[in-house]
Design a protein around this ligand. Structure first.
Ligand SMILES: Nc1ncnc2c1ncn2[C@@H]1O[C@H](COP(=O)(O)OP(=O)(O)OP(=O)(O)O)[C@@H](O)[C@H]1O
Length: 224
């Protein structure tokens, strides 16, 4: 059997606030298999974003181990973690974080150029992804010229541009009205499934979570 894409063992994280220690994650265990789409549910403040930052190797200060595709990331120096993130992961946030001076197509091309993909190939991939999200008529629009739903779809295309094994999404439709959120999530899930990527998607929304392969819930610092 292949390694899980993510394996968390005894993950802990505490913060000091005004001299008081808060134990946000108290021993989280989770394995995500290749291609598996997992919804991470939990009330506000339960630690969903903190957990995604751990898996995304974006922050230090965690206890326990974080394995990505069989590599113990907790043991790697910072440049090793950056490399693992670049080669294995794509990110979607609640707000799109697109580059404002670049159009939709360029926003999807850029992460590929960073990885050394040839410009022509990167353009072809960007167009293919954007058109599968219904955006072939918006390639030359800058983020400010796109609707909220369109911006999030460009962010989804960008996250998938380098065919990551793992997509990490923090409330990817949290900024959209219900009908648009449903549509964008459908397209996001179809694309992630089509690419065969695994995903960990933090959300408050039970209805959206029920469309994923598995639901895990953060409660008092551990997964139920
Ligand atoms: N850098 C930090 N310093 C101090 N406390 C922090 C820090 N980051 C997060 N926390 C605390 O950790 C707890 C969990 O926060 P986190 O953002 O992970 O929750 P969440 O489940 O993603 O919430 P939401 O759904 O509202 O985004 C909160 O009590 C928060 O105040």
């Amino acid at each position: 059997m292949s390694d899980p894409v993510v394996k968390l063992s005894g993950l802990t994280r505490s913060f000091e606030q005004g001299g008081v220690r808060i134990d946000v994650l108290r021993g989280v265990n989770l394995a995500i298999q290749p291609g598996e789409i997992v919804a991470l549910l939990g009330p506000s403040g339960s630690g969903k974003s903190t957990m995604l930052q751990a898996v995304g190797l974006l922050e230090g200060g965690f206890g326990g181990t974080i394995e990505i595709d069989g590599t113990d990331a907790s043991a790697l120096p910072s440049d090793g973690r950056t490399e693992l993130r670049r080669t294995h992961m794509g990110f979607v946030y609640q707000f799109h974080h697109l580059l404002p001076d670049f159009n939709a197509e360029e926003n999807v091309i850029l992460p590929q150029l960073v990885r050394g993909v040839d410009r022509g190939e990167a353009e072809e991939r960007a167009r293919e992804l954007l058109s599968s999200l219904g955006l072939s008529g918006r390639l030359n629009h800058r983020p400010s010229q796109l609707s909220g739903g369109e911006q999030q779809r460009v962010a989804v295309a960008r996250a998938l541009a380098n065919s990551p094994q793992l997509v990490l999404a923090d409330e990817p439709t949290g900024n959209l009205d219900e009908a648009t959120a449903d549509k964008v999530l459908d397209q996001f899930l179809a694309l992630v499934r089509g690419e065969g990527s695994a995903a960990l998607v933090a959300t408050h929304n039970e209805r959206l979570a029920s469309q994923m392969d598995r639901v895990v819930r953060l409660h008092e610092g551990t997964l139920d």
